[in-house]
Design a binder for this molecule. Structure first.
Ligand SMILES: NC(=O)c1ccc[n+]([C@@H]2O[C@H](COP(=O)([O-])OP(=O)(O)OC[C@H]3O[C@@H](n4cnc5c(N)ncnc54)[C@H](O)[C@@H]3O)[C@@H](O)[C@H]2O)c1
Length: 247
């Protein structure tokens, strides 16, 4: 997809990965709308790149619809939706399980993507086609014992993307999941040394932005792209689950 003149909506675009993607897309000539709950930072980034900002809490379906409507009315269509807003949950599955922390993480990391896809799909079809990229995580591809609820909602995003890729293909809408390993953003602030000590190299946001561009350039759909230090980002190859034995 040539990005010049295209319209992109980025949730969680006020900082980190979303901000990096917003700046990259604007540098390629796209019209960018940032949707976030961090108004101050989001407005600053939007002004800096000649884009627009809308306050939107992705865990509310109405906010997701309003963000899409805003992008369409501001720039005349929608071609790229980066559904990226997310939080860590640090919700224990032990004795101190907290149902509120659980629901909050699921509302933002899973509902936010579901509502975002439901809102963006018709707008992208009406604009002649485009790409939805949901930010999942490597935590959606592997077990994460220190944050199992985060792993659960990111696995859910991976399952959703794999399931709707082919469904949307005939409508001209591609859907992919972006699955980074740890990257230097606010989300890991304070844990950097612990992660390095555990043997996890930390990505620069620019590595994740490069992977995002590879996704935009890809012909495929319904794929989940790992982003790991020292490797080219590629779609993760899932093993086939065994079928029934009929003998
Ligand atoms: N940084 C990492 O190590 C890493 C690794 C894998 C996946 N991810 C995923 O990348 C995405 C972006 O995170 P990041 O690392 O850039 O962190 P970040 O904290 O810098 O960015 C997250 C953004 O989401 C926004 N946000 C939070 N709740 C929201 C809500 N309810 N509605 C709208 N916006 C909301 C925040 O205000 C912030 O601007 C997340 O989905 C995260 O799970 C991050």
């Amino acid at each position: 997809m040539k990005l010049e003149g295209k319209v992109a909506l980025i949730t969680g675009g006020s900082s980190g990965i979303g901000e990096g993607v917003a700046r990259h897309l604007a540098s390629q000539g796209a019209h960018v709308v940032i949707a976030d709950i961090d108004d101050a930072r989001g407005k600053e980034v939007a002004a800096d790149i000649g884009g627009k900002f809308i306050h939107a809490d992705v865990s509310e379906a109405t906010d997701s619809s309003a963000a899409v409507a805003f992008a369409v009315s501001a720039f005349g269509g929608l071609h790229v939706a980066h559904l990226n807003a997310g939080v860590t949950s640090w919700c224990s599955m032990g004795d101190d399980f907290d149902p509120e922390a659980y629901r909050k993480a699921m509302r933002i990391n899973l509902d936010g993507v579901v509502y975002g896809i439901a809102a963006a799909r018709p707008a992208i079809i009406a604009s002649g086609g485009g790409t939805i990229v949901a930010t999942a995580s490597m935590a959606g591809l592997v077990a994460v014992p220190f944050d199992p609820i985060y792993s659960a909602n990111k696995h859910a995003v991976v399952g959703l993307v794999r399931s709707i890729g082919d469904l949307y293909a005939a409508e001209g809408v591609k859907v992919h999941a972006l699955c980074p390993s740890f990257a230097y953003t606010n989300i890991i602030k304070g844990s950097e040394q612990m992660l390095l000590d555990m043997g996890f190299p930390i990505l620069d946001v620019s590595d994740v932005v490069d992977a995002f561009q590879r996704i935009i350039d890809a012909d495929s759909t319904g794929e989940c792209w790992y982003v790991i230090a020292g490797r080219e980002s590629e779609p993760f190859r899932f093993r086939h689950a065994p079928g029934p034995r009929l003998d």
